[in-house]
Design a protein around this ligand. Structure first.
Ligand code: PLP
Length: 430
């Protein structure tokens, strides 16, 4: 088996076989606390019987049929209605996908096609941010910020420009200026240089996930959205990680009071029990890209009824168990515990919104330089020595606990981090 992100020559593996709640078990019978809910998606925890039943029932009834043209299915229709009820006002239509990156591809296509259909085919440029993550496709991978998705894979998608992300901890990026002011000035200058009539859309995660749970200043998104709108540039919010309670609200856009033209989501929509995703769009975008012939891009699994049945059962659990409220309560508690680690020599920053948390590790607290060798060694030590699974990002340990996690389990996670980070030297040695 070929594992992505596994260095050549390393053969050791933790082979997982089962999971319940926030705990997973390996072939040796050892248990681990899953503080990353896989990759920020198991909102309702592992091993939920209700989900297995919803999937089995739908598989017996109608396992799959596509939703192309005039064919539809009852579960896809019900889920679309449920999503538009929960979504920020104005997002009225739903295009189903099988995951996040695929949703980003569709959103990028729709953004360019919208302008093509409304008389501005020269609007082809897409604005994004450095350190963003949007998926592995040639479109989604190019709008992703890390050079790792582009170097050696070229030529990548043309007409993509990356802006500076709003990262309050890294004041050195903004020449002493206020973070939002700097980013807005850069955005205005970029629009001017490329030409406002040549830009299709800007894409961004409301809170950056793989970039290290980076929470922007509160005025960043409202001001970005207003500037884009004044130039007729569409806003695509990538809520693949942030939706369905991850930040304590159904959608993170609610924190910032913005309604995008297109919103991409996946992961928590089914809590990852089966792959699924959705692109939500305004009536204006839907109408324009549809036209007389219909939007030309569809695929095998769009509107998958089993995935939709699982999503409906998952959303029922999130609502019935008050998981949005729990995400705020336990997220705040865990953030309080992690904040106590700030005094340690290699801990630079602790950030949080709901159940999105990050501990940024540094080799120098003043210069805010990353740990030499990155964070992978720390993540391995956390798993092996403390039995806690967190996600490694280039600079930070990212924690995305299941929204069902209780305070006592959050304390166990914090104790695990405490025990390992206390041994971590700023040169990266443990
Ligand atoms: N967008 C964001 C913000 C993500 O974090 C991810 C995955 O982590 C993706 C898109 C890609 O989603 P997928 O892996 O389902 O294709």
């Amino acid at each position: 088996m070929f594992h992505p992100v596994l260095p050549r020559g390393r053969e050791d593996r933790t082979v997982l076989v089962s999971g319940r709640g926030c705990t997973v078990r390996d072939t040796e019978g050892r248990t681990y606390l899953d503080a990353s809910s896989v990759l920020g998606l198991t909102q309702i925890g592992h091993g939920r019987e209700e989900i297995a039943q919803a999937a089995a029932e739908q598989m017996r009834t109608l396992g799959h049929f596509h939703t192309w043209g005039t064919i539809s299915n009852d579960k896809a229709i019900r889920l679309a209605a449920r999503l538009t009820d929960l979504a920020p006002q104005g997002l009225q239509r739903v295009y189903f996908t099988s995951g996040g990156g695929e949703g980003v591809e569709i959103a990028l296509r729709m953004a360019r096609y919208f302008h093509h259909r409304t008389g501005s085919p020269e609007r082809t440029w897409i604005l994004s941010r450095r350190t963003a993550y949007h998926g592995i496709g040639y479109g989604s991978g190019t709008v992703s910020g890390s050079p790792a998705y582009q170097d050696g894979f070229g030529p990548v998608l043309p007409h993509v420009h990356h802006l500076t992300p709003p990262d309050p901890y890294h004041a050195e990026l903004y020449d002493g200026e206020d973070v939002t002011e700097y980013c807005l000035r850069e955005l205005a200058r970029t629009i001017d240089e490329i030409g406002p009539g040549r830009i299709a859309a800007m894409i961004g995660e409301p809170v950056m996930g793989a970039g290290g749970a980076v929470v922007p200043p509160p005025d960043y998104w409202p001001r970005v959205a207003a500037l884009l709108r004044s130039h007729g540039i569409l806003l695509i919010l990538d809520e693949v990680v942030t939706a369905f309670g991850r930040t304590g609200t159904w959608f993170a856009a609610e924190h910032f009071g913005v309604t995008p033209d297109l919103l991409v989501t996946a992961k928590g929509i089914t809590s990852g029990y089966v792959p699924h995703g959705a692109v939500l769009l305004t009536e204006e975008v839907a109408d324009a890209v549809n036209g007389e012939t219909g939007f030309p891009i569809g695929f095998t699994y769009t509107g998958h009824p089993t995935a939709c049945a699982v999503a409906l059962a998952n959303l029922d659990i999130i609502e019935r168990e008050g998981l949005l409220e729990n995400a705020v309560k336990v997220g705040d508690h865990l953030a309080g515990r992690l904040a106590a680690l700030r005094g340690l020599p290699a801990v630079g920053d602790v950030r949080q919104l709901g159940m999105m948390l990050a501990v940024e590790l540094v080799s120098d607290k003043t210069a805010r330089t990353p740990l030499p060798g990155g964070t992978l060694g720390v993540v391995d030590a956390l798993r092996e020595d403390a039995g806690v699974i967190v996600r490694a990002t280039p600079r930070s340990l990212v924690l995305n606990p299941a929204l069902v996690m209780d305070r006592a389990t959050a304390d166990e996670v914090a104790d695990g981090l405490d025990s390992v980070l206390r041994r971590l030297a700023p040169d990266g040695r443990i």
